[in-house]
Design a protein around this ligand. Structure first.
Ligand code: F6P
Length: 553
């Protein structure tokens, strides 16, 4: 039976119709001075304020009944104990084991895994040390100055997002290391970077769980060509200028990487959950192993919080339930993630993959079409920048959208130059003021103004308000809190998948596109192949004729 027809879901629908429909946030706040206390939770380094949602205590009770009905506890147990929660691929999804202490072992396919996990972490630590200390040298004997991560999806977005967020925690031994992230198949990013780099001192990290992704392998081939302009010996080229991070030792070996140049993880780690594994190498190189372990420890803290707290006290569960409430019952089709901190610039893009690749599904675990909405469209941008770009739609558009406002509270405490520190600290206040102001306007609309200011406003100057948002404040952005933040969203995705009865750990929807792209490429490079649709054929004809003209000119 569809979850939509279950008692817990039906009760939520009835509750919406009887109690919430037609109520707005202004009324809810006016009627209850304790609303913030009622609907906020301080946990560890976080404060979660979800009072600006169209909910009452009863809504919360009914939502937590829904997760109980869907047996979240049983599913959580399955997730953490290494059972095959990724049913379509017959695999566990044990990203949580990558951040657990050695003493907390898990069994996968009859084998204990903690020892392997920690051994691989040690191997990664060794690579980090060799690069930091200048022992790892390029072909001419000079230490590495530039590290280029070649990867895409989870093998790019995770390390890119975390490295950008944690630049202030750069390890002293990484002072002279430059980090580059190259993902695009068209080679434009790579070509641009290579113009400014030196073969003698550049190291490529080939990040690909499958080691079959054409985007990454094409860039790797281009990198090889670039290096071979200067390096005659293929062995030297590979041993001194490439490290592979993958779940396939075999495929890395086929590429020519020796065991020493391979860092391994396992097929029970999903690509979009892989930054805790050796895919996190760029992060470890930037902040050093001690801080990388802090990053893992923060995520592990969130794992424990998620496992042990009651649903109505549980950050990931609450994030998940509010998302379900907004999208399934209040009709929000979009969800914006708005960090008020430039360091979290790539966090929305990272979450887009995490949430939409996991829960953008229309078939349940039994292979039946679902008759309810699943993941909403998630996008976002650094909040203050987005204010000057797409907030217009949030404030006055016709689409109901829910928002997550994220902001670290303290910043610039240790800024060395005093003059800059004072200025930057006041900019931090300004940023937080903007964050609080925007969620207030979204909630109250014109009610946020005093009566006088409200008078004589034209229709196009009016704000309806009543747009729900969550604010998640973080005491300080550190490797530890970033780890916990990411893990909170991972578990949010998992909880939603349990309610929607879908498998969040596969991504069959991207496979057909890959296959057809391969066939299209073959058609492009062969003569006489035609397509049975006039659009693809027309576009291909145009490409061919333009390329022919270019060649002749
Ligand atoms: O095509 C989707 C996907 O498989 C993602 O799930 C993954 O993060 C990305 O491609 C890259 O895959 P890989 O790490 O195997 O190169």
């Amino acid at each position: 039976m569809s979850v939509r027809r279950t008692p817990a879901w039906q009760r939520l629908e009835d509750h919406y119709a009887a109690e919430i429909k037609g109520k707005n946030l202004f009324e809810l706040f006016s009627a209850d001075k304790q609303r913030f206390n009622r609907f906020s939770r301080g946990k560890g380094e976080f404060l979660l304020d979800f009072s600006k949602h169209r909910i009452t205590e009863e809504t919360l009770t009914l939502l937590t009944n829904l997760v109980d009905q869907q047996q979240l506890g049983r599913w959580t147990e399955k997730l953490f104990s290494g059972q095959d929660v990724n049913s379509s691929e017959g695999r566990a999804a044990l990203h949580t084991a990558l951040r657990a202490p050695k003493s907390l072992d898990t069994v996968v396919d009859g084998k204990k895994i903690a020892e392997q996990v920690h051994a691989n972490l040690e191997k990664m630590a060794n690579v980090v040390e060799r690069i930091h200390s200048g022992q790892w040298r390029g072909y001419s004997g000079k230490p590495i100055t530039d590290v280029i991560n070649l990867g895409v999806g989870g093998s790019d977005l995770g390390p890119l997002m975390a490295c950008h967020a944690l630049e202030e925690f750069r390890h002293p031994k990484a002072k002279k290391l430059n980090f580059h992230f190259v993902s695009s198949i068209d080679g434009s990013q790579l070509a641009e970077r290579l113009k400014h780099l030196n073969q003698e001192t550049t190291l490529f990290i080939l990040s690909s769980k499958s080691f079959t992704t054409i985007d990454t392998l094409s860039n790797a081939a281009a990198a090889k060509c670039w290096l071979s302009e200067k390096i005659q010996s293929p062995k030297v080229l590979l041993n001194q200028h490439f490290i592979g991070c993958s779940a396939s030792s075999e495929k890395m070996a086929d590429f020519g990487l020796s065991e020493d140049n391979q860092l391994l993880f396992w097929d029970w780690v999903g690509g979009r959950f892989s930054l805790w594994s050796v895919i996190g190498l760029p992060i470890a190189l930037l902040v050093g192993m001690e801080q990388f372990r802090q990053f893992l420890a923060g995520a592990h803290w969130m794992d424990n919080h998620f496992k042990n707290e009651k649903p109505d006290q549980n950050i990931p569960v609450l994030l998940a339930l509010l998302g379900i409430w907004n999208s399934n019952f209040l009709g929000a089709k979009g969800h914006a993630v708005l960090p008020y901190d430039g360091r979290l610039k790539y966090f929305p893009a990272y979450l887009s993959q995490l949430e939409m690749e996991s829960n953008g599904k229309s078939v349940n675990r039994q292979g039946e079409l679902v008759d309810y909405g699943t993941c909403p469209i998630l996008w976002g941008e650094v909040g203050p920048n987005a204010q000057h770009a797409f907030y217009q739609l949030l404030h006055q558009g016709t689409q109901p959208v829910s928002c997550d406002f994220l902001a670290p509270v303290t910043r610039y405490q240790h800024e060395p130059a005093k003059g800059t520190r004072n200025q930057l600290q006041s900019q931090q206040q300004l940023t937080l003021a903007n964050c609080l102001a925007q969620s207030r306007v979204l909630m109250f609309g014109d009610h946020a103004m005093d009566d006088h200011a409200k008078q004589n406003r034209r229709q196009d100057q009016q704000y309806e308000g009543n747009q729900p948002s969550t604010t998640l404040l973080i005491n300080e952005l550190t490797p530890y809190t970033l780890g916990a933040l990411i893990a909170a969203y991972e578990h949010k995705v998992f909880v939603q998948s349990v309610v929607w009865e879908i498998n969040p750990f596969d991504q069959w929807g991207v496979e057909l596109g890959k296959q057809i792209a391969k066939e299209t490429y073959q058609a492009m490079v062969s003569e006489g192949v035609t397509f049975d649709d006039s659009s693809t054929q027309g576009l291909l004809d145009f490409v061919r004729s333009q390329q022919q003209r270019e060649k002749q000119s």
